[in-house]
Design a protein around this ligand. Structure first.
Ligand SMILES: [Zn+2]
Length: 73
């Protein structure tokens, strides 16, 4: 049996990163798109690997860790 919980970030990114991830998650779950005036949100774009769903046929998307968005570098 393999562990299927691979959504945990390998390097602990800290509380801030987790909070941003949850906010991004909430944004994806919201039926309407909100526009935030926080410049940080402009750094996130839809994940091309999963189309923004955060989930692929193999489980949580590895490219975006299930968030559906990836951060521009
Ligand atoms: Zn993805």
């Amino acid at each position: 049996m393999k562990g299927s919980n691979s959504a945990l970030p390998r390097a602990a990114p800290g509380v801030l990163r987790r909070t941003l991830g949850r906010l991004a998650e909430a944004l994806l779950a919201a039926p309407l798109v909100r526009v935030y005036r926080t410049p940080r949100f402009d750094l996130y774009v839809r994940c091309s690997a999963c189309g923004g769903d955060g989930i692929t046929s193999r489980g949580a998307c590895r490219a975006c860790r299930g968030f559906g968005r990836v951060r521009l570098s």
